[in-house]
Write a protein that binds this ligand. Sequence first.
Ligand code: 8YV
Length: 332
Amino acid sequence: MPHTQKPKKPVVVVTRKLPDIIETRMMELFDVKLNLEDKPMSVAELKEAIAEADVLVPTVTDVINPAVLSAAGDNLRLIANFGNGVDHIDLATCRRKGISVSNTPDVLSEDTADMTLAMILATGRRLAEGERVARSGKWEGWSPTWMLGSRINGKRLGIVGMGAIGQAVAHRAKAFGMSIHYHNRHRVTEEFENGVDATYWESLDQMLARVDIVSVHVPHTPATYHLLSARRLKLLQPHAYVINASRGQVVDENALTRMLVNGDIAGAGLDVFENEPAISPKLLNLDNVVLLPHMASATVEGRVDMGERVLINIQTFMDGHNPPDRVIETMF
Ligand code: 8YV
C-alpha cells in the first residue's frame, strides 16, 4: 500500500507566554515552539528562533531589526505579531525579504480606551496621589481645601489620532461631559463627528493651544516620532494634562518631564515610555503624574482575542491567502 504522508505542519515560534487556551490551539494546529517561562528572548535567541521558524509570533518586547532578520531562513514567510503596534518590527526589511507581517487590530481598542479614561480621571482627580496618602497611614482627615482636583465635566479633550482607539475614547469622554476636539491626517465621517459633537482641527498646533487635556492615539511611525515635540508641548496651557497610551516615542519624554518638573503643565498620565521598561527617576518623583507599566490593553478577554487574531492570521496565510490583518503587502 502506498504510504501517504501527512502534510508537514508549519513551524511557529512564539516569543512570549500566551493565554493557555491560545497555546493549546496552537499545539493542535502547528508545530509550535512555546516560551512557557515567558523569559524575554535575547538577540541570539531571537535569531535562533527566526532561523527555524516558518512563522514568528513576536510581541512588543521583541526588537525585530535588520540584524535579527538577517538570521531568517527562506522558510520564514510570516511574522504574526501579537499586538497592534508594529513599530518594533523593521517593515522595510520584511518587505524586501518577502516576509508578510500581520497584527491584531480592533480587539484592544475598547480596553485601551477604558484605560485612557482611567488616566484622564486619575490625573485630573488626583486618584493615585490620594490612594498613596490613604495607604501611607498619614491621612489627617478631611479638609475642605485639601486634595482638590480639576473638574472633568466641561473640559476640552484634544484627541491626536482618531482611529479606532481615538474614537472609542471620544465616545467615553463625551459621556463624561467633555467636549471632543481632534486632529487626524484626515477628517472622520460626519456621522461620527455629529455623534460625539467633535470639532476637527486641521492644525495640531492650534488644537494643542486650546485644549485642557490632550490624549495621544497615533501609532509610532517615522512620521509620528516626537509628534508632541518640545516646541508643540510648549503650546499647551499651564493647566493642561497629557495622556499617552500609544507609544512613548510619540511624545518627547525629556521635554515633557522638564515641563512637569517646572510646573509648565498640570500633569500627565503615561502608560508608555520611550525606553521601556525604564522610567526616568525624574518622572517617578513627581506627584502630578500617573505612571502605568504599559497595561492599557491588559485584560484577560483582550489577550485571548489577540491570540485568536494571531491564529486566524497564521491559518489563513497557511491556506494560501493574505492574512486578514496584514500590515504590509504579501507576495500573493
Ligand atoms: C500590547 C500594545 O499589550 O498592541 C499594542 O500595540 O501596545 C499593547 O497594548 C502589546 O503590544 C502586545 O504585544
